[in-house]
Design a protein. Structure first.
Length: 858
């Protein structure tokens, strides 16, 4: 901890931040994109306030060529000299005579490029034509227009664009005029001036986009796509309308940006981006046919839309002061996204997905190389790397815990009050928790500060003792990590809620390292994370775990999920033998909740791949088949059209477990028949089962099957969800020649830049292709770093290296990146290395226990 802080201080802190002497009030922006030459011309006027008289103005600019700059103040327009600093991505304008304090206007004529890196103002293509799209978060507005490109410099923006006659364009404000010219074959669109907002939220798209229109609470909403996909926009429009109305009501603040457009573009680095009034999506994250899409795709699309619309308040209306508080944007949007969904589709049980997300964050927090929610960041590379599971899912998990602690209505009032107080302005973490503390009268600030500023998460150990006076429960907390790096002073203030029997719940605040509670009569073991709302690991004695497993019927599905997850962490850390986990798994083998089966399937696949030796495989696989085969059989394959989503999902999970981890030859043959049937008739399988079937068939598939998958890709360009079923399944083929083909395919022009890393990471996640993929990544490193962006692409590949489980590989990975530094994925690399290390430790530590458990299980 201390070392990390010192390193941060030694870095050129603040080197890239603007001085604050000049602040923008209003931007007038004109763009003339030329898709054919992949360039654009820009004209810009920025009205600014100057605090102290100065002859220079410094702002951000990158990959911009300046043609003419002047600064106008007090009726005098002075030409400015331009000096560029590539390292800090700034331009300094110097005028002969100092500009007085007060208002001035900077006039700029410039040229830029429509790049192929999916950031700034960039080029996208599909259907034999080109598009221009922006992605400006976090620090790329400076590539589209010279700007004061820090979130705290809020201003109003007035955008106009001269585009080809046949094209359409969308920006943040509603289109208010459309006039021919002034250049031949062109027209000029003017968009309404925005409310005050940060530069990273400006958006533009240009191309032959078409839109489906709707409205909610009087706000016009459109969902837009390329013309061939318009029929896939209805689902998104229905979801968006419900969500916008939901948020208007929840926040008590009407949607503040006039109109809302949601646009799917052919190439996009992230999943989606919440630009003010013009949210931009990857096609597969927005466009589905609900009748054919998988359950996960239906939930996923609705959930991402909900997250992005929530940002219109969390992030766009109230913006973090600096990127160290990015969690105020991302964590809050992640936390609230499931609320409208729960109201819209109660049968989805989205709180279970939230609990799964929390487990993902706890998995990161189990690493020594995790980070605190709030982290000092200065450079664009550092800023890009904090868009991670800690900013999103950990923050969301902590907020769920707080909400349960203060009560949902009090929490809603606090949120609403915070948003009203800082509307059209900026806030820091303290501003949120101080407001929440004031509104609720509860010590939210104490709880938040510890969870936001300390890295890692606590493990709450529960020990009970029965004496004459009744049951005595001792709670203890410490940071949950491996053997080293634990600061003894790390203590959290944790609301711990117990559940006893089916419905008796009581909560305690644990704010010391240890605390003993006198409770009622001796008897049943209490579950120490009621409703799974707490952001902490729980450790029980092994006999208490067995006790809880026996009483699992009294636990809600979400609690069974976290019991399983907690027990796995105890095994990983060596606190319990793996047999305790496997006994628990055995007890929950017939659990009828899909996410419980899902988490079991994931862990058992991990155990099967990394811990079970070759000699043990037959016995292990037989156990899997005997335990889980009957459930699969009773669900049937491929199931009935009328099956619920829950039943479909559970069938898909069990199929992966029995055919994959259980290596069941009969089920594998059935899978191949189902895949063949699906290839000739896509209606023969449900959208939920199809991806699993394609993946499993690929695992034992030959070149002929590979060809059939590839052929389908070419016919599915207009149906993203189905396209990616086949695309993702390519990485499951295991024959060496086919693995090699997939590797070559991944970097070929046939694969979009946005998708290359997904395919490589898919290959890296499977034992049959991992070594080949790693060799390929090393050999193609230069080409990959040129092709892929710094956001998601390379970090995805680096993160996937955590799938190795050998010290030799760890050394190789370390050595490779010593020679090939990745500044924007340093923490990702440390985490991957730690995962490799922890896997090897786990294997050594649990091998005896696994052997003896397997011998007993018959
Ligand atoms: Zn977000």
């Amino acid at each position: 901890m201390i070392l990390a802080l010192l390193l941060l201080l030694a870095a050129p802190a603040g080197a890239q931040r603007l001085s604050g002497n000049v602040a923008p009030e209003h931007y007038t922006l004109w763009f003339a994109p030329d898709l054919a030459t992949a360039t654009f011309r820009g004209r810009e006027s920025i009205r600014v306030q100057i605090r102290a008289s100065t002859p220079t103005v410094t702002l951000h600019a990158a990959e911009i060529e300046f043609d003419e700059v002047s600064i106008e103040a007090d009726g005098v327009n002075q030409p400015a000299r331009v000096t560029l600093d590539a390292r800090s991505e700034t331009a300094t304008f110097t005028v002969p005579r100092s500009i007085p304090a007060g208002r001035a206007t900077i006039h700029i004529r410039y040229r830029g490029i429509l790049n192929d890196k999916l950031r700034g103002f960039y080029l996208s293509s599909a259907n034999g034509r080109r598009y221009a799209v922006t992605q400006l978060e976090a620090t790329d507005a400076r590539r589209a227009f010279p700007s004061f490109d820090e979130p705290t410099y809020k201003a109003t923006f007035e955008v106009s664009m001269m585009i080809d006659n046949a094209d359409a364009a969308i920006s943040n404000g509603a289109q208010i005029s459309d006039t021919p010219g002034p250049e031949p074959g062109k027209r000029t669109l003017v968009f309404a001036t925005t409310p005050k907002m940060s530069s990273y939220l400006v958006a533009m798209v240009v191309g032959d986009f078409v839109c489906r229109s709707g409205a909610a609470d009087g706000t016009p909403i459109r969902v837009c796509s390329t013309p061939d996909k318009l029929d896939l926009t209805a689902y998104a429009l229905e979801a968006a309308a419900q969500q916008l109305a939901f948020y208007n009501d929840y926040f008590g603040i009407r949607y503040p940006f006039g109109k809302l457009d949601i646009i799917a573009v052919p190439d996009f680095a992230a999943g989606a981006m919440e630009n003010v009034g013009a949210i931009i999506f990857r096609e597969r994250s927005l466009l589905i046919d609900p009748a054919r899409a998988s359950f996960n795709a239906q939930k996923g699309v609705a959930s991402i839309i909900s997250h992005e619309i929530a940002h219109q308040w969390f992030g766009n209306l109230v913006t973090m002061k600096w990127w160290n508080d990015i969690w105020l944007n991302e964590g809050f949007a992640t936390w609230i996204a499931s609320r409208p969904l729960a109201a819209w589709r109660p049968a989805w049980n989205v709180q279970l997905d939230d609990a799964t997300d929390t487990q993902g964050a706890l998995g990161l927090d189990a690493l020594r190389s995790t980070r605190a929610i709030r982290l000092d960041v200065e450079t664009p590379d550092e800023i890009n790397e904090v868009f991670d599971g800690i900013a999103y899912e950990k923050t969301a998990g902590v907020l769920r815990m707080l909400e349960a602690y203060v009560g949902p209505e009090a929490f809603r009032k606090g949120i609403s009050s915070y948003l009203k107080t800082y509307a059209y302005s900026n806030a820091a973490g303290e501003d949120f928790w101080d407001e929440m503390t004031r509104v609720t009268g509860r010590p939210v600030d104490r709880i938040m500060r510890a969870f936001v500023e300390q890295p890692g998460a606590p493990v709450v150990s529960v020990q009970t003792r029965c004496s004459g006076a009744g049951m005595e429960t001792t709670l203890a907390q410490e940071r949950f990590v491996g053997a080293t790096g634990v600061a003894p002073s790390e203590v959290w203030t944790i609301p711990v809620c117990f559940k006893r029997g089916a419905d008796l719940t009581n909560c305690e605040v644990l704010d010391q390292p240890r605390r003993t509670i006198q409770a009622s009569a001796c008897g049943t073991t209490s579950f120490a994370n009621a409703g799974s709302r707490g952001y902490y690991f729980t450790e029980y004695a092994p006999e208490a775990v067995r006790d809880l497993a026996r009483g699992a019927a009294d636990l809600a599905p979400i609690e069974r999920l976290s019991l399983l997850a907690d027990e796995w962490w105890m095994v990983r850390e060596g606190r319990h033998d793996i047999g305790v986990y496997l006994d628990l798994a055995q007890g929950l083998a017939n659990d009828n909740t899909a996410v419980v089966t899902d988490t079991l399937a994931t862990r058992l696949a991990f155990i099967g791949e990394y811990l079970v030796t070759g000699d043990q495989q037959p016995r292990w696989q037989r156990w899997i088949r005997e335990r889980f085969g009957p459930s699969l059989e009773s669900l049937g394959l491929p199931g009935e059209p009328g099956d619920t989503d829950e039943r479909q999902s559970r069938r898909a999970e069990l199929l992966g477990l029995v055919a994959g981890t259980g290596n069941d030859p009969a089920v594998q043959r059935r899978v191949r028949q189902l895949a063949d049937a699906y290839l000739s008739d896509p209606a023969s399988l449900s959208g939920t089962l199809a991806p699993v079937v394609l993946r499993l068939a690929a695992a034992s598939g030959d070149a002929a099957l590979y060809e059939r998958y590839l052929a389908r890709l070419e016919t599915l360009a207009a149906q993203p969800e189905e396209y990616y079923r086949f695309f993702n399944a390519l990485s499951s083929f295991t024959q060496p020649a086919l693995v090699q083909r997939t590797l070559e395919f991944a970097i070929s022009p046939a694969v979009r830049t946005q998708d290359t890393a997904t395919l490589l990471a898919g290959l890296m996640s499977r034992p049959a292709s991992r070594d080949a993929a790693w060799a390929f990544v090393q050999a193609q490193w230069t080409a990959l770093t040129q092709k892929l962006g710094t956001f998601q692409g390379i970090p995805t590949i680096v993160g996937s290296l955590g799938g190795f489980c050998s010290t030799a590989r760890a050394a190789e990975v370390r050595q490779f990146f010593e020679m090939n530094a990745v500044r924007f994925a340093e923490r990702t690399l440390r985490q991957a290395l730690e995962r490799i290390e922890s896997c090897t430790v786990l294997r050594d530590r649990q091998s005896t226990a696994l052997t003896s458990w397997l011998q007993q299980s018959r």
